[in-house]
Structures are given as C-alpha cells and as structure tokens.
Design a protein around this ligand. Structure first.
Ligand SMILES: [Zn+2]
Length: 279
C-alpha cells in the first residue's frame, strides 16, 4: 500500500517568549506538542510518516527538531530554519547538510516587514547556496506576496520550492482574486509544489465544514495538478479550527473525485519525492 505522509506539522515546548506568534486568541496552542501527542493523531488517520516544519527562527530549534526526528520512527524529515540571508549561511549549511533528516528550509517571509524580502540580494544569495544540497525551500507567505514569489522562484529555476498552505487565500472573506490569477502564474513553474494544508485557519475558525474550501482547492488542483500537491495537517495549529482526524477527512472528501493514484500522490507520493523521504 502507498505510504501516507503528513507533509506539514509542528512540534514545540511552549514558552511565551519562544512563541510570541501564539497570541491570546490562540490559547489552545499554549501547550507542549510533542511526538507522543502526534503519534496518537496520525494513528487514527492512518498516516505513516510526517515532515516536521520549523516554528521558531532559531538554529537551536532546528537542532532540536532534528534530534526528535532521529529518535522517532515516524518523523521522516525536518524543514528547519537557518539564517539564509546572513553571510554565515554557507558555513551553517555545510554543518546542517550532514544530517540526512534535514529535508528543507523555511524562513517566515509572511512576517517580514519588508514585502520585497524574497527578492533581496542577501536572501537570494542564500537560496542560491542551496544548489546541489538537495534541500527544498518552503515559501510561507500571504496571498499578497504571490506575485513577488513568482519573481523570486524565477531566479532559481533548478531549486525545488514548496508553497505552504496554498499561499493563504482569503477564504474568510470569500475572495478568489487576485489569488487565483497569481497562484496559477506561480504554478506554471514546474519546480514549485503546493501544500494542501493550513486552510481551516484561513477560513472561519468555527465553520466546521469543508464546503467553503472547495473552490480554493479546485483552483489549486487545476493549477498544480495532483502530481505537485501534498497533504499537510498543520497540526497543532489546525486544532484552532478542527481536529487532526476531521481535517484528514475533509481533505479526503475534497479530493474524492480524483483517481486512486492521484489521491496516493497527494497523501504521500509528492512529499516523498520533494523531500526525498526514501533516503
Ligand atoms: Zn504550519
């Protein structure tokens, strides 16, 4: 049977200082979320392995996530953080690359005050250094950044990019454009992949049904195709709006019209390919 992979989730030991982005209305997230907690959740959904993604911008967190991955059988890989825009980055990368569980890097672009951060020379010098590392780069942005993201990826045609959370469309407001247009343009780049994740927290947190997500998922599927899309839970952040099992069921429902092979691709095949999880 095809392996089922959750391509996007987080772990943390909660401290107010370390996780300032967890604001008051997210109090559900002010707890520890560790491998033993996730193991129960993925078991109920029939998921075999996960990719753990950074939640703090620190090399200490990256090292901690890699340690958790080494000790766990189901954590197949880590998308960590490193100081990509800094001069020291090539040296950090040399060290990080030695750990085979590191599969990608991510910077929290969405919170950078400079809306052109992605096309800055220092950041692009760092991304260029990823060449031949085999590491993917996860793009975490809001939909307003999508056209800049296209300019960014065009500078690195041989780099594998993963767009997190379908570029965070404005589901709560029911707005499709300009997200649809900008996403479709970005998707024309064959080296860009897309995570079917994080959408419930961009929708009305209490809505509880997948209906309002359908139009967005259909647009992303038409743009990227199942070959370049992958399922992610965004657990524990998803708990603000749903449960692990319910999100898995919602995605299964949203892609129910696809063929068995296409579903396998979204629920594992793409992540295994992009993050080289077989190594
Ligand atoms: Zn996330």
């Amino acid at each position: 049977m095809a392996q089922k992979i959750d391509a996007h989730h987080h772990f943390w030991k909660y401290t107010p200082e370390g996780y300032g982005w967890i604001v008051d209305r997210m109090s559900r997230l002010r707890h520890d979320f560790l491998p033993a907690d996730l193991e129960k959740e993925i078991g109920s959904a029939g998921i075999d392995g996960v990719v753990t993604v950074q939640a703090r911008q620190s090399l200490i967190e990256t090292a901690w996530l890699l340690l958790l991955a080494e000790k766990s059988t189901f954590v197949r890989g880590v998308v960590g953080w490193a100081p990509i825009a800094e001069e020291r980055f090539p040296a950090d990368l040399e060290v990080l690359r030695e750990n085979k569980k590191l599969k990608g890097l991510r910077h929290v672009i969405q919170d950078e005050p400079d809306e052109s951060y992605m096309i800055r020379a220092d950041f692009n010098r760092g991304i260029a250094a990823l060449k031949n590392s085999g590491l993917a780069y996860d793009i975490l942005i809001y939909e307003k950044h999508l056209s800049t993201a296209t300019r960014f990826v065009d500078r690195h045609p041989n780099q594998i990019f993963v767009l997190d959370h379908m570029g965070k469309p404005r589901i709560r407001e029911g707005i499709l454009e300009p997200w649809r247009n900008n996403l479709s343009e970005l998707a024309r780049r064959e080296n860009v992949y897309c995570k079917l994740s994080g959408l419930v927290t961009e929708a009305d947190w209490k809505a509880g049904s997948g209906a309002e997500l359908r139009a967005y998922v259909e647009i992303a599927l038409a743009a990227f195709g199942p070959q370049r899309m992958m399922f992610g839970s965004d657990w524990p952040v998803c708990l603000l709006a749903t449960t692990y099992a319910d999100w898995f069921a919602t995605v299964s429902q949203l892609i129910s019209a696809l063929s068995a092979a296409e579903k396998d691709q979204i629920f594992g095949g793409t992540a295994i390919e992009v993050y080289r999880l077989h190594n």
